[in-house]
Design a protein around this ligand. Structure first.
Ligand code: CA
Length: 227
């Protein structure tokens, strides 16, 4: 999907993230120090940088500024620092997004995809895969394992929308706005009804969710049950 440079000094985190992102279809390379990271970010073919802030040689914020001073390369900060001031500083310095450790690789992947989508360099229209679920955007078909799913147009759009953001809770308002193009729609029930239809087709229920989880008062998220 994308070529990602991981700048992270902790080798366990680096290897775990590299593996997790690679299994999600990304091509991943990594740098263990800030300066090596800046060099790699500018020298290699990279679509996006995932940057740790606590680095041994140069602070991540300075790495961010160095890259940003010469390149618009999208940068997602992934760090243990969770102070508001630190987050604001990173975003002001040109970070495209920010995730605080510990985060799931699903969340990081969703944010990477969201940043790339926003910048228009992602979505090659290729299949979206989450667990046993495969959604072919071009053919507008979906399958669960070897079973193909018979979906209505809206069900397909909803499933694709949620699968592209797997691991992230999406509010019903946002779903209505994006899938139904109803920015002011008050009919949350529309979403609920389609989610329940989708659940039936996926062979699950609200009481025993597998892929589709309702987060009460917040929204819906689609997850990989095997992750
Ligand atoms: Ca670190």
């Amino acid at each position: 999907m994308a070529s990602i440079l991981l700048i992270e000094d902790d080798h366990r985190i680096r290897e775990a993230l590299a593996r997790a992102l690679a299994t999600r279809g990304h091509e991943v390379r990594s740098s263990a120090t800030g300066l090596a990271g800046v060099e790699d970010a500018l020298a290699e073919e990279v679509d996006l940088v995932v940057l740790d802030l606590g680095l041994p040689d140069v602070d991540g914020i300075d790495v961010l500024k160095m890259i940003r001073s010469v390149s618009p390369l999208p940068i997602v900060i992934a760090t243990a620092r969770d102070e508001e001031a630190e987050i604001v500083k990173a975003l002001d310095a040109g970070a495209d997004d920010y995730v605080v450790k510990p985060f799931s690789s699903d969340q990081l992947d969703a944010r990477i995809r969201a940043v790339l989508r926003r910048l228009g360099s992602d979505d090659d229209g290729g299949p979206v895969v989450v667990g046993q679920l495969t959604i072919d955007q071009r053919a507008r078909s979906a399958s669960l394992g070897d079973e193909s799913l018979e979906l209505s147009r809206r069900e397909f759009d909803l499933l694709l929308f949620l699968a592209q953001r797997a691991g992230t809770v999406i509010g019903k308002r946002e779903i209505l706005a994006e899938v139904w193009r109803q920015p002011y729609g008050g009919a949350d029930k529309t979403v609920d009804v389609h989610v329940s239809w989708l659940r039936r087709k996926l062979g699950e229920s609200a009481a025993e969710p597998v892929y589709l989880h309702t987060v009460r008062g917040v929204g819906i998220k689609l997850v990989d049950p095997d992750a």
